[in-house]
Design a protein. Structure first.
Length: 128
């Protein structure tokens, strides 16, 4: 009876050690910044996590510190946000995800979306 109990404890300890290894928290990415895109887009770029096998999550909000998870499962180190409105300010940060474990957030950056210029007035056309 004692021999069987020792084997079960050993197997359980090994399984726990393997599980803890898989669940290590990935290194946080560093958000390089936001770059103006075309037609009201925001392009985010960040440095890759040194943890292999990660995907990235983009968090977005309209005021600093209020970001919610906006996109997840991104495999590269850039993301283009096309769902932005003229005259709005957006705040972003990025996390790395490895399995069910997520890193802490990167630095926060923001982007102000320009307003559309008013159409020109006082134009006339003449035929030639």
């Amino acid at each position: 009876m004692k021999k069987v109990l020792a084997t079960i404890i050993l197997v359980s300890t090994f399984a726990f050690a393997q599980s803890a290894k898989v669940q290590q928290k990935p290194q946080s990415p560093a958000l390089k910044g936001v770059f103006p895109g075309t037609q009201h887009q925001v392009v985010l770029s960040w440095t890759a996590s040194t943890t292999s096998g990660v995907t990235y999550n983009v968090w977005r909000g309209t005021t600093t510190g209020t970001e919610t998870k906006y996109q997840s499962g991104i495999s590269g180190v850039t993301y283009t946000d096309t769902a932005v409105n003229s005259g709005s300010v957006y705040y972003y940060y990025v996390t790395a995800q490895l399995g069910t474990t997520e890193s802490s957030g990167s630095n926060e950056v923001n982007a102000t979306i320009p307003t559309n210029p008013a159409p020109p007035t006082g134009l006339s056309a003449t035929s030639q």
